[in-house]
Design a protein around this ligand. Structure first.
Ligand code: GLY
Length: 356
């Protein structure tokens, strides 16, 4: 088994990565079991696939367990669902010693993590990501939150889990489009931080069927852990993790959440941000072409003809805006990202033509 430590002083935690890890979670957690309640928060479909097995193993190792399910999709991140989770936990006689196991993708991790951060002022929780995107990104780094009418993730907390358990064999039951979406985020890690890794990903994408998931997930998690260790609260370097996200979020909002997956939108966003980097005199022509061609190896959905002017307001709404100025992540070279406030509306509009 591979273990990466995310070092944050007394909030440090291990990220365990191994095929077949799900079956070992009960024995790894046994030293944390002090007789408290363990609540699995998941979707019913995921309970059937993995959760009931996990619960069985925990029970036979002496854990007191129960589970709460949330709906599929962003609906799970509503205030109502959040409040339903808290009420159910009260009904289940949970208390300050309770531990939560978040079993699912980014949505489950976000709402379960937020419930953990607020229930009785905070209880322990563990992330067990089931999607590629969650394995390499959302389950690591403690971002939790829910959506309100005014926007996504506008209510939340940075609240670190006690451990993350990544079992790449879970990806076998994941729809292909979800894997592609996760691969978009994986390309991002190479692009912003490690050119050699970028080349390895690019070469491996020649044959997605034999993609070396475990090895690549390990390096992606290592990069994410290093960045979060340096800047937990996104005051500086953590911002580079948003490469491709400013335009990506705008595309998601324009085309509709659920229609364009997050990693797919970020992939298009990275092509635009790469183009902008090149126009600003940073990313070389060669590196930009290499980035674009690598992203184009992913079978991304075609974007229906769109009016670039309709995307711009969503770009400006990006919550990464500080005092009205957009903090835009660009590439200096492949493997090195920086942020700039010097991206004009015109550049953004022109970059959108590249993906049409
Ligand atoms: N998903 C970006 C971050 O965790 O900072």
């Amino acid at each position: 088994m591979n273990i990466i430590n995310l070092n944050l002083g007394d909030r440090s935690y291990p990220i365990h990565i191994a095929s077949g890890l799900l079956d070992q979670i009960s024995s790894i957690l046994s030293e944390k079991n002090r007789g408290q309640k363990w609540i699995i928060i998941s979707q019913y479909r995921l309970m059937e696939l993995f959760g009931f097995d996990l619960m069985g193993r925990l029970k036979s190792s002496g854990f007191t367990t129960d589970f709460i399910t949330v709906p599929i999709g962003e609906a799970a991140k509503s205030i109502n669902e959040f409040s339903r989770i808290i009420s159910q936990m009260i009904e289940m006689n949970c208390d300050r010693s309770t531990s939560i196991l978040a079993l699912g993708g980014g949505v489950v991790g976000d709402v379960a993590g937020f419930a953990a951060s607020t229930f009785m002022r905070g209880v322990d929780y563990y992330q067990i990501p089931t999607t590629l995107l969650a394995m390499v990104d959302s389950a690591i780094g403690g971002k939790t939150g829910i959506n309100i009418a005014e926007g996504k993730n506008l209510v939340g907390a940075i609240y670190q889990p006690k451990a993350v358990f990544v079992d790449p064999t879970l990806l076998k039951s994941l729809p292909k489009e979800e894997v592609i979406s996760g691969l978009g985020e994986i390309i991002k890690y190479g692009a912003i931080k490690d050119k050699e890794f970028f080349n390895e990903i690019s070469n491996s994408l020649e044959n997605i069927e034999s993609f070396p998931f475990e090895k690549i997930i390990y390096r992606a998690c290592e990069i994410k852990a290093d960045i979060v260790t340096l800047d937990e609260r996104e005051g500086s370097i953590r911002r580079i993790l948003n490469f491709g996200h400013t335009i990506g979020h705008a595309l998601e909002a324009h085309f509709g959440y659920g229609k364009l997956r997050h990693g797919e939108a970020v992939s298009y966003g990275m092509i635009c941000a790469g183009w902008i980097s090149n126009q600003l005199g940073h990313l070389s022509d060669n590196d930009y072409q290499r980035l674009k061609k690598t992203i184009e190896k992913l079978p991304l959905p075609m974007l229906n003809n769109f009016d670039q002017n309709k995307i711009l307001p969503f770009v400006k709404n990006d919550k990464k805006t500080v005092s009205g100025k957009l903090n835009f992540v660009i590439l200096d070279t492949l493997g090195s990202a920086i942020t700039t406030k010097d991206v004009s509306d015109e550049l953004i509009l022109n970059s959108l033509k590249v993906i049409q």
